[in-house]
Design a protein. Structure first.
Length: 134
């Protein structure tokens, strides 16, 4: 039996807000949610909510810990999980929420490279994406 969808509350129909923030369905479809614990997912929700159109934000550790009711070690672990999952990059004090796909030459999409646990400077990541020397 197929369920027929209908809007339940037309007055509260969701629209893209004037500021830029959204959550990509691939978080579920590509199993990103299974790669992170609840604290990491809460941090990700805050970061996608407050990010500008380029995915950037710069909340302090103290503010994020207070906002999410986390201990310092929990915030560090949450941030590490998001970086390892390829969801964000962090260079103090700046966070960038990342696209869930990596562009490659010819307009296609590449699978994420295996994680090494080593961070890279944003400039190096951009050089690699844009085809510069690794």
């Amino acid at each position: 039996m197929k369920i027929k969808k209908r809007v339940l509350c037309p007055a509260r129909l969701r629209r893209i807000p004037g500021q830029f923030s959204w959550i990509d369905q691939r978080l579920v479809r590509d199993r990103y949610l299974q790669r992170c614990d609840h604290a990491a997912l809460a941090l990700y929700l805050v970061l996608v909510t407050v990010a500008d159109v380029e995915g950037l934000s710069y909340y302090s550790n103290a503010t994020l810990e207070r906002m999410l009711n986390l201990e310092p070690g929990q915030l560090l672990s949450a941030r590490h999980q998001l970086c390892q999952a390829g969801l964000v990059i962090y260079q103090p004090p700046l966070y960038q929420v990342l696209s869930l796909e990596l562009p490659v030459e010819g307009g296609g999409v590449a699978e994420p490279a295996p994680r090494t646990g080593q961070g890279l400077p944003v400039g190096e990541i951009l050089r690699r994406i844009l085809g510069g020397a690794a």
